[in-house]
Structures are given as structure tokens and as C-alpha cells.
Design a protein around this ligand. Structure first.
Ligand code: SF4
Ligand code: SF4
Length: 166
């Protein structure tokens, strides 16, 4: 009998307790400022050209080896190299962000879309046109290659000036 009363006491106590779960998707949690989601974009510059110069650094650093960049043979209108093909296979992505961090031109970014889910294998295979489109459609994470490198650069020590003895 005492046990039943104890169980009832716990049940009643929990019934009036503040809830911690939220009714997703009607209510959504605030996304942290530095959140990065599972999708990538290749943003364009102010003239509508790809920022990507097809240097292939992201391809080389990716631990899952899921990025493939094929540089175009000719140059862009601005005389820059650019990728003819760019693919990223999301199914093996570790979201390590190394590809973003290493990019010298801030040409690849991760997106701020927590609710994104793929319904087919095809959706997990990102191509150049898809990533350009995502860049126009979705908000990107605050992290770019330059932003991440700046964050990690240790502060420079102030120079100590030594006065010469007269
Ligand atoms: S986040 Fe990491 S694993 Fe994913 S594509 Fe970039 S480098 Fe590769
Ligand atoms: S996304 Fe950046 S690192 Fe990757 S090939 Fe293009 S310019 Fe190079």
C-alpha cells in the first residue's frame, strides 16, 4: 500500500512539473548563432560568379573523401579558374567543417537549416547547381574560411620597445 502511495505521489508531482519538451514543428527552438546544419552551399560573388577557384584544397582535406572538384579548362570572365564539376556526397559527411575552414576564397559554406532531411539517396548527392541554388535559398552559417581562421589565430604579442642606453 505504501509503495502504491509513493508511486502516486511521484506521478502527481511529475504531472505539475514544468515540461522540457517542445511541440516541434509548431514550436521551434532558437538556433545558436554558430549552428551549422547538414547542407552545403557554393555562394556567388557580387558579379554572380562562383567564389570557388577550383583549388581542390577542400577535396584534399576532407577526411571522408567525399568531395570531388573538376576544374574547368577555360577561365571565367574575370580570368579566374572555376570548377566545371563539384560534388559532395552528404551520406558520409562528418560535419567537421574542415572543407569550409581550408577554403581560401570563402567559397563553400554550411547552412543554417536544422529541419532539413533527405528523402532519397539522390538528395544526399550534392552537385554544383544544387549547391549554388541552396546558397541563394537558405541562410548560411556564420562560419566561412576567413572567419574560422581569424577565430583560431592566436593574438599577436605586442612589441616591446627597448630604449637604448645613452
Ligand atoms: S564537413 Fe568534413 S567530412 Fe563533411 S565534406 Fe566537409 S571536410 Fe568532408
Ligand atoms: S570550395 Fe574553396 S577550397 Fe574547395 S575548390 Fe573551391 S576554392 Fe578551393
Amino acid at each position: 500500500m505504501l509503495k502504491i502511495l509513493n508511486v502516486l505521489k511521484i506521478t502527481i508531482k511529475n504531472f505539475f512539473r514544468e515540461t522540457f519538451t517542445i511541440m516541434y514543428p509548431d514550436k521551434k527552438k532558437e538556433i545558436p548563432q554558430r549552428y551549422r546544419g547538414p547542407l552545403f552551399a557554393l555562394p556567388l560573388d557580387e558579379d554572380g560568379e562562383l567564389k570557388c577557384i577550383a583549388c581542390r584544397l577542400c577535396e584534399q582535406i576532407c577526411p571522408s573523401e567525399i568531395i570531388t572538384v573538376v576544374p574547368a579548362k577555360e577561365k571565367s570572365k574575370k580570368g579566374k579558374t572555376y570548377p566545371e564539376k563539384f560534388t559532395l556526397e552528404l551520406h558520409a559527411c562528418l560535419a567537421c567543417e574542415l572543407c569550409v575552414q581550408v577554403c581560401p576564397t570563402d567559397a563553400i559554406v554550411m547552412l543554417k537549416i536544422p529541419g532539413w532531411a533527405a528523402l532519397s539517396h539522390e538528395e544526399m548527392f550534392l552537385t554544383l547547381p544544387k549547391m549554388v541554388e541552396y546558397g541563394k535559398k537558405y541562410e548560411s552559417s556564420i562560419s566561412t574560411g576567413s572567419a574560422l581562421r581569424n577565430m583560431q589565430t592566436p593574438p599577436r604579442r605586442e612589441k616591446i620597445s627597448v630604449k637604448k642606453e645613452e
